[in-house]
Design a binder for this molecule. Structure first.
Ligand SMILES: Cc1cc2nc3c(=O)[nH]c(=O)nc-3n(C[C@H](O)[C@H](O)[C@H](O)COP(=O)(O)O)c2cc1C
Length: 134
């Protein structure tokens, strides 16, 4: 199984657009056996997608071309034996500014984060969702 994390800059961020992305993503991901999480803030998307390698490559090729965001950068791509979001076709989370301030993001902190830091952020998102669902 492949896991991929990328960051991008929202282009025209609003709740209707975000809802549109999430509804369509969940339909497509269910069909393709993809799970993951999308951290969505007005200044940043940070997404983890996981699933069969060919499915991840195909969805990511579509995501890169999507004009609802810009500056898509792959931050991590690895093989994993376990999903981090087995229950979620695409969890969405407005990452608290506690983790990264708008100034940190504007300064490029996400692009320079280590793989361990990025995975740690998603692990916290997954833990929070598990607690909320319990
Ligand atoms: C930030 C962002 C995240 C997205 N995440 C996914 C996703 O997880 N799965 C997916 O199928 N499409 C995702 N998309 C949407 C794709 O870019 C594309 O619009 C969608 O897959 C439908 O493609 P189609 O209309 O060509 O079938 C995302 C788009 C954006 C802007």
């Amino acid at each position: 199984m492949k896991q991929l994390i990328y960051s991008s800059e929202p282009f025209g961020f609003d709740s209707a657009m975000l809802a549109g992305i999430l509804v369509r993503s969940r339909e497509k991901n269910r069909e393709a056996d993809i799970t993951g999480a999308l951290i969505c803030r007005h200044d940043m998307y940070l997404q983890l997608i996981e699933g069969p390698e060919a499915a991840i490559d195909a969805v990511f090729a579509r995501i890169v071309k999507d004009d609802r965001h810009l500056a898509v950068k792959v931050l991590l791509s690895r093989t994993a034996d376990q999903r981090m979001f087995p229950e979620w076709e695409m969890l969405d989370d407005q990452m608290p500014s506690l983790t990264w301030s708008a100034a940190d993001v504007a300064g490029g902190i996400v692009e320079t984060a280590t793989p361990e830091m990025l995975l740690g952020v998603f692990e916290r998102v997954a833990a929070k969702a598990r607690i909320a669902a319990a």
